[in-house]
Design a protein around this ligand. Structure first.
Ligand SMILES: [Cu+2]
Length: 120
């Protein structure tokens, strides 16, 4: 839970993250419930990238993408492969498309695409 909140970029969000970490660990249920609302909001602020979809491996569920810088992760632009979360339909994607995507960090620490859309 708190890792998503910690992905937020602003100093304010990082402060909230630190406070939430303390509260979730130590304080009563009523306080934890109030911090839960902030965490739900933070999910809309996952790391986001934009780029060009180069290739689609439907079987392995991997996309090769040339993406621009991803500021939230301090990543420069690069060409790389991404895994895709279960439930994302790859059938409507086409090589060469301009795309936007969001990333979610799995339990193994590797970022996978958990949302993707084609840009006009
Ligand atoms: Cu990359």
């Amino acid at each position: 839970m708190q890792s998503k909140l910690c992905h937020r970029r602003t100093a304010f969000a990082r402060t909230i993250c630190a406070v939430a970490t303390i509260l979730i660990g130590a304080v009563a249920t009523s306080v934890a419930a109030s911090t839960a609302g902030a965490i739900v909001v933070a999910q809309a602020d996952e790391p986001t990238g934009q780029g060009t979809l180069n290739t689609i491996d439907t079987k392995a569920r991997k996309l090769n993408i040339t993406h621009g810088p991803i500021a939230a992760l301090n990543w420069p632009g690069m060409t790389m492969n991404f895994g895709v979360a279960p439930g994302i339909d790859l059938g409507s994607l086409k090589p060469g498309s301009k795309i936007s995507f969001t990333l979610n960090r799995g339990v193994d620490g590797v970022y996978v695409i958990d949302a993707i859309r084609t840009d006009e």
